[in-house]
Structure formats: structure tokens, C-alpha cells
Design a protein around this ligand. Structure first.
Ligand code: BES
Ligand code: MN
Ligand code: ZN
Length: 495
């Protein structure tokens, strides 16, 4: 898909579908503006008949009989004062979806100038691309659909926007990669296959790669991670990718929960716990690897980025973890496993210890960690836990820019009593109330406390059950664009 800014007049544009965003109260001027494309008396009548006033979410499609343009979709944007870039994303994806499968060339005409134009252009370009992605990999017959292959953002000054537009493709490829990893079934995307995907990234984009096998993890004393893995016939793979620029001024680590399947273990997921969905329990690692792909292509300066995934499955066999087992993590802490379904935190524990040893300036982990977070925040907002206000601000800003929902949650230290064990240093689950908080507190036990660290629970956001905004039904790739924004900002400010 070729996305470009064109500074030409709307009346000189040619293509199959024109999407025009209309602010409330600007109908009259648009009737005049569009008059060589649609006869003014006719357009005025159509606006009148349909009561189209440019209110947010109003839409009016007009089919044209003459000329190259087949259809104009007017989409209401509401009042300028309340209009946000995220509204442009939403409007773009609704209109894109309306023509998906039928049209090749779109033109998008928005009131760009009320925004910082390069951000608006980038957001809208991404919205078109990301709304179009369909995963056909597992269909036996390829369904031939007309692809949108050209998108022109009309009325933009190309001078200021071209460099931002050039980033759309690498960013969307990262999101697409993350979505594909998540939607791949657990018999395809195994821990080994995840390592293979990391290997492909490393060779294609010149990243450093280290894969620790089971034996090497044993040598490092990763007893928590390995305890989860041992119930599966598939061996664990601890993945460590590194992007390094020419000069390094800052170093960060991204960690993703990488359970390629979570059956719950002996605390088997039964009833309404949706075991059949648990291929997406590697959503965190997908976002981290998706980010790796984009970062490796954008090559931000000054910042070294490590990408870590302790990949494995949570299964049941004769040597699987028993409920009640006591295991030891690589920082020496002992854990009584009072629930084998709280496995993500066990794998993350050793990943966090490993990350801390790299002495980074910050660690961020993403994990489909708790059902409680889904109950608290739903599927549009991820939970953010950190003791570091600056890191919280940075990530909240990065997510806001990406249009990804995030909300800081309390790291309530007094709830630590919930994960106290009478026989070991810790137990892996606390009481049901505040279950996402005790999960975050558990993770905190494995981070070197002098390193700023944030935990993002994406259990709700990594998947959507229906087409929602720029996310078609299925895997969302949540987090990739937030992490990219964060790293880009760190890169700019590193000194
Ligand atoms: N992967 C799940 C969390 C999850 C649940 C993600 C629903 C997406 C949707 C995690 O491993 C898990 O099973 N957590 C348990 C923790 C409990 C045993 C304390 C949960 O949330 O039920
Ligand atoms: Mn689980
Ligand atoms: Zn899990």
C-alpha cells in the first residue's frame, strides 16, 4: 500500500473513493468546495435529506455516475474544539472498512491544519493500513479481494509530512507481525517457532540474538520459568534480541510474556475461563517482537533496546508443576505455587532477573497477565503499574499519542501480605480481590529496585471480539505503537 501526501486541490484529485471529513458547521463551504465533483444543488439536497450536519460519526455516501471518482464518503467530525487525532483514526477506519474489498485508490481529505500535520498524517495513514489487515494464512483457498493499494492524503504540505509518512510502513509492519504472531494457533506458534521468528528478525535486520535452551536456563537457575515449561513436551526457548545503534547513551529492556498456550496446568482452565482463546497468552511477546521489527528498521539513535521473551507453554503431563510445589527463581527467592494458572508471573520472574542484570535505564514488561485486569478496564484499556512517576508519564504520553488506552493502577504495597507464604518466600497468587495488583507486586520482587520498571497488563487489549476502530476482529498488536513512540522519544532526548 502506497501512502502519500498530495498538496493538490480537491477538485484535481482522481481515484476511486474520496473520504471527506466535515467539521460541524462547515457544510456550506464544502458544498462550494466540492462543486466540480458533485453538483452543488444536488449535494445540498443530499445533505438536507439525510440531515447530515457533520456531527461526529455521521456518514453520507454519494455514488457518482461520471468522472473517475466512484464514491464520496462524507464523514462527520463534530466540532473542531473537541476533535482529537484519535477521532480521525476512528473516522478513517469506519470509512475504510466500508469500501474494503472493492476499491483500489482512496483519497482522504481532512481538516489537517487544526492538528500538528505530520502526526495527523501518520495517524490516518496507519489507520487505513491497520484497518485493512486480514489474516488469510490459515485458509486453504485464497480469497481474491480488491486491495487498497494507493492512499493519498489530500491537501497536505508534502514538505513537512513526508518523513512522518515514511515511518507508516515500518510501524504497521511491526503491528502486523505482532498480530500474526498472536493469531497463529498454538500448534503452529510453538516456543521453538517463536525463537525461529526471532532468528528471522535477527538475520533480516541485523539484530544480535541469543537463545538460551533449557540447559542454559538451568545453569542460570531459572527455576520459576522452567517449572512452568516442564509440563509441556515442547522445550522452552529464552529469547534475547538486541538492537544497538552506533553510539549508546541509554539502554532499555522490553520483556513480553510468551506463553504460546496457557491451559492453566493442573489448575486447569475450566468453565468460562476460555481455554480455547489461550493462544493469545503470548500477546506481550508478540508486541515486543513487533516493536523489535520496527525499531530495527527505523534505527533510532543513541538508544540500545533489548527484547526478551521467556517462551514456553503451560501444559499438563506427568512431570508438570503440582499445585503446592515450591520452586526457586534465579534471584534465589523461593515460591510456593498455590495456583499453576498464575504461570505468567513465574516466567516473567526469571526474565526480570535476567533483564536487571543487563543494568538498563528502564525495564518495561507487557503481559496478558490477569483476568482481573480485563474485569477492571475492559478491552480498550491496559493497566499500567510502576513506582516511577517519570516512566509512568512517558508511557502514558506514548500510548496517548498512539491512541492506545492505558491507565495507571496502584502498586498497593500493603497488598503484599496477600502473596506471603507460610513456607516459602512468596506464593504466586493472592486473594481474588485486587488480583492484578498482587500480580504486579509479585513481579516487583524480581526487579532490581534501583531500575525504573513498569508493568503493562494487556490481558484485555491484546484481542478484540469485534471490529473496533483500527483493529479488525482478532489480535490487535496492542503495545507496539506505544513502545515505538516511547523509544523514539527516549532517543530524541538521550544525552
Ligand atoms: N493468561 C492468564 C490471564 C488471562 C485471563 C489473559 C483472561 C487473558 C484473558 C493468566 O495466566 C491467568 O490464568 N491468570 C489467572 C491468575 C489467577 C490464577 C490468580 C487469572 O487471571 O485468572
Ligand atoms: Mn494462566
Ligand atoms: Zn497465562
Amino acid at each position: 500500500m502506497q501512502i502519500s501526501a498530495v498538496s493538490k486541490d480537491i477538485n484535481e484529485w482522481s481515484g476511486s473513493v474520496l473520504i471527506a471529513g466535515i467539521l460541524e458547521g462547515t457544510i456550506e463551504s464544502h458544498i462550494n468546495l466540492f462543486k466540480t465533483i458533485i453538483k452543488d444543488t444536488y449535494l445540498s439536497k443530499r445533505f438536507n435529506d439525510s440531515k447530515f450536519k457533520g456531527k461526529k460519526n455521521q456518514r453520507l455516501s454519494i455514488e457518482l455516475m461520471e468522472g473517475t471518482i466512484k464514491k464520496v464518503i462524507f464523514v462527520g467530525l463534530g466540532e473542531a474544539e473537541t476533535l482529537r487525532i484519535n477521532d480521525l483514526r476512528k473516522a478513517t477506519s469506519i470509512c475504510t472498512r466500508q469500501v474494503l474489498g472493492f476499491e483500489r485508490k482512496l483519497g482522504i481529505f481532512f481538516p489537517w491544519d487544526i492538528f500538528e500535520t505530520s502526526s495527523a498524517a501518520c495517524a490516518v495513514g496507519e489507520a487505513v493500513r491497520l484497518s485493512c489487515i486480514k489474516d488469510h494464512r490459515f485458509k486453504s483457498e485464497s480469497t481474491e479481494h480488491t486491495q487498497i493499494d494507493e492512499v493519498e492524503l489530500i491537501g497536505l504540505s508534502t514538505k513537512t509530512t513526508n518523513s512522518a509518512i515514511a515511518e507508516i510502513n515500518p510501524i504497521c509492519e511491526g503491528v502486523k507481525f505482532a498480530r500474526e504472531l498472536v493469531s497463529a494457533p498454538p500448534n503452529v506458534l510453538t516456543p521453538y517457532q517463536m525463537a525461529k521468528e526471532a532468528e528471522k528478525l535477527a538475520t533480516n535486520y541485523d539484530l544480535d540474538l541469543k537463545i538460551l535452551d533449557k540447559k542454559e536456563c538451568e545453569e542460570k537457575g531459572m527455576g520459576a520459568y522452567l517449572a512452568v515449561a516442564k509440563g509441556s513436551d515442547l522445550e522452552p526457548n529464552f529469547i534475547h534480541l538486541k538492537y544497538s545503534p552506533n553510539t549508546v547513551k541509554k539502554k532499555v529492556v522490553l520483556i513480553g510474556k510468551g506463553l504460546t498456550f496457557d491451559s492453566g496446568g493442573y489448575n486447569l482452565k475450566v468453565g468460562a475461563s476460555q481455554i480455547e482463546k489461550m493462544k493469545y497468552d503470548m500477546g506481550g511477546s508478540a508486541s515486543v517482537l513487533g516493536t523489535a521489527r520496527t525499531i530495527a528498521e527505523l534505527k533510532p539513535t543513541n538508544i540500545e533496546v533489548h527484547f526478551i521473551v521467556a517462551a514456553c507453554e503451560n501444559m499438563i503431563n506427568g512431570s508438570a508443576l503440582h499445585p503446592g510445589d515450591i520452586i526457586k527463581a534465579s534471584n534465589g527467592k523461593t515460591i510456593e505455587v498455590n495456583n499453576t494458572d498464575a504461570e505468567g508471573r513465574l516466567t516473567l520472574a526469571d526474565a526480570l532477573v535476567y533483564a536487571s542484570k543487563l543494568k538498563p535505564d528502564a525495564i518495561v514488561d507487557l503481559a496478558t497477565l490477569t483476568g482481573a485486569c480485563v474485569i477492571a478496564l475492559g478491552d480498550e484499556i491496559a493497566g499500567l503499574w510502576t513506582d516511577n512517576d517519570q516512566l509512568s508519564e512517558q508511557l502514558t504520553k506514548a500510548a496517548g499519542k498512539a491512541g492506545e488506552g492505558i491507565w495507571r493502577m496502584p502498586m498497593q504495597d500493603s497488598y503484599k501480605s496477600g502473596i506471603k507464604s507460610s513456607i516459602a518466600d512468596l506464593q504466586n497468587t493472592g486473594p481474588r480481590p485486587g488480583g492484578s495488583i498482587t500480580a504486579a507486586l509479585f513481579l516487583k520482587e524480581f526487579v532490581n529496585s534501583s531500575i525504573p520498571w513498569a508493568h503493562i497488563d494487556i490481558a484485555g487489549t491484546c484481542w478484540t471480539e469485534k471490529d473496533r476502530d483500527i483493529n479488525p476482529k482478532g489480535a490487535t498488536g496492542y503495545g507496539v505503537r506505544t513502545l515505538i513512540n516511547w523509544i523514539k522519544e527516549l532517543s530524541l532526548n538521550a544525552n
